[in-house]
Write a protein that binds this ligand. Sequence first.
Ligand code: SF4
Ligand code: SF4
Length: 115
Amino acid sequence: MAIMITDECINCGACEPECPNTAIYEGGVEWTWGGGTSLKQVTLEDGSVVDATAKQQPISDEFYYIVTAKCTECNGFHEEPQCAAVCPVDCCVDDPEHRETEAELLGKKAFMHGE
Ligand code: SF4
Ligand code: SF4
């Protein structure tokens, strides 16, 4: 499953540089598909095509947040979620709304990094 950041986040910023997929952004900061990936454009579930450099609305304005679609739980890079490993207040936790198998997570990694 993907990892999520709870409202216990103290906005220390320690997790952001650790993410191999650039799935973590500071609250209020727009995110992109292309940040930290090799994506050029993405076809969404509704069939629309998004330029990977297009800025997307922040998912949180108050706390650091994780873009679920870019989180692989660090599969393909590390043995364990790096954000959870460095977070001083243990607020990077399993997201029960987004449960995925290891194969699915590795598929996301291949999709984003072209390998
Ligand atoms: Fe990034 Fe890994 Fe944390 Fe997911 S679990 S947000 S891929 S550091
Ligand atoms: Fe928030 Fe934890 Fe990330 Fe610090 S490491 S910004 S407390 S989620």
